[in-house]
Design a protein around this ligand. Structure first.
Ligand code: FAD
Length: 414
């Protein structure tokens, strides 16, 4: 029986009818299909292939593909709310869903907000139509490898994975670490730096190019045996003289840099997985303390004042997290104000830190049995640990920027 209320009640949060429908669809899939599979994916650190089959069948792989191209045409906020519902039931599915959806969202709604001349716009329209068709018609999955183990993923320097322009396309060389969906995605949306002989590397030359997983020179390396988010299968990817045709460009030259500087909320798209985990930790605690967790003896623990206080503390944190996150995702837009950007950092920080804190409180108050692998809170606890480590907006980097940007206006020094 379904007894989980929507994470964001459509009436209370005044969701659009599309948001209400998409979140309901995700919640149904999550509760009925993903929740039951999550433990095995986590135990074996295997990719949630069956969940992706379900996402494709439900049309959710195309959530941010424009309606004209056969998708749902969901906005940034609609995607974020939908992914959060998935994260309640399987964090790794929600997190990898982000990597896939960004290939549509960034090349779609975000790119539409950015400056391009007519020729660039036409070319981009042709390219993205090809990507969208693959996703809508064939259920193709895209990954998003940008981390390299250096300063590039934090947005400090240009990516060292290089893209050299040649006749008809690009030749890509380099290595990515933590490439979620490696070995499972059909395309890797690689962030790389265009090589311009004689010129100093500049972040303005960042390219976003889809590399077919079966292209010559692509290999997946290393093992994947992490603490949490194990089903993301985030192994290393190596590109050795890999050719990608021009129409694999997910954004034209210069547009990724524009997006990163003018549409900063694009870097919050990892947070829904953890918003979902925060809610999942709270839901578990209520059921457990009421003696209603399926499969366990109906032992009630709710009568102890310490449990009630801890649950109250969890609820306060959850409501604070939801309110701030909802506000931040509602005001995401091109060229946001300074206040909106600071709020986005604060929201990202709050979700990532509080997801882990809610899981910690859940285990402490539910007690020893709750840390057994037979119960989902043990997995949620481990998964939640990863959130604040995710570049480019780690919890540390968010704090760093809130402090600096709160005290200095652009260009100011001491
Ligand atoms: C489950 C999971 C899935 C992932 N999936 C993907 C994926 O699909 N694609 C992808 O590209 N990456 C992915 N990542 C990678 C992630 O974003 C990081 O790149 C990764 O965790 C490696 O971090 P690091 O230890 O090399 O970070 P480092 O660069 O060594 O940074 C360590 C810490 O130092 C701080 N720091 C770093 N740079 C700065 C700075 N300039 N200013 C202030 N503080 C700084 C940050 O807080 C950071 O957490 C994933 C990570 C996890 C945990």
């Amino acid at each position: 029986m379904r007894d989980d209320a929507p994470l964001f009640d459509p009436q209370a949060f005044r969701l659009t009818s599309q948001e209400a429908e998409l979140t309901e669809l995700a919640r149904t899939l999550g509760a009925e299909n993903f929740a039951g599979r999550a433990a095995a994916y986590d135990r074996d650190a295997v990719f949630p292939t069956e969940n992706y089959d379900d996402l494709h069948a439900a049309g959710l792989l195309s959530i941010c593909v424009p309606k004209a191209h056969g998708g749902h045409g969901a906005s940034y906020r609609a995607y974020m709310l939908t992914a959060a519902e998935i994260g309640r039931y399987c964090g790794a599915t929600a997190l990898t869903f982000n990597m896939h959806v960004c290939s549509c969202l960034w090349s779609g709604d975000l790119a539409d907000d950015l400056d391009m001349n007519g020729l660039e716009r036409d070319r981009h329209d042709r390219h993205r139509a090809r990507h969208y068709a693959r996703i809508v018609k064939e259920g193709r999955i895209y990954a998003q490898p940008f981390s390299e183990g250096g300063a590039a993923a934090a947005g400090v320097v240009l990516f060292s994975t290089s893209a050299k322009k040649v006749d008809g396309g690009w030749v890509i060389n380099g290595k990515k670490i933590f490439a979620s969906l490696s070995g499972h995605a059909h395309y890797y949306g690689v962030l790389c730096g265009e090589v311009k002989p004689g010129e100093k590397p500049s972040r303005k030359d960042t390219m976003y190019i889809a590399v077919p997983a079966d292209a010559e020179g692509v290999s997946v390396e290393g093992d994947w045996d992490p603490l949490g988010m194990r089903a993301t299968v985030s192994r290393n990817l190596v590109f050795k003289d890999v050719f990608a045709a021009d129409d694999e460009e997910l954004m034209p030259r210069g547009v990724y840099y524009q997006a990163a500087t003018r549409w900063p909320h694009m870097f919050m798209t990892l947070s829904p997985a953890y918003m979902g985990i925060a809610q999942g930790a709270y839901d578990f605690t209520v059921k457990y303390l009421r003696g209603e967790w399926p499969g366990l003896p109906p032992v009630k623990r709710r009568m102890y004042p310490t449990k009630q206080i801890t649950l109250a503390e969890m609820r306060v944190r959850l409501e604070q997290t939801k309110a701030l996150w909802f506000q931040a995702i509602s005001e995401a837009r091109v060229d946001p104000s300074k206040e909106q950007v600071l709020r986005a950092y604060a929201a990202q920080y709050t979700v990532m830190e509080n997801a882990n804190e809610l899981c910690r409180l859940a285990i402490r108050t539910c007690g020893g049995q709750s840390m057994l692998k037979s119960l989902p809170i043990e997995r949620l606890y481990r998964d939640s640990r990863c959130g604040s480590l995710m570049l480019p907006w780690t919890a540390e980097i968010c704090l760093d920027r809130i402090g600096r940007e709160g005290l200095y206006e652009p260009g100011e020094t001491d």
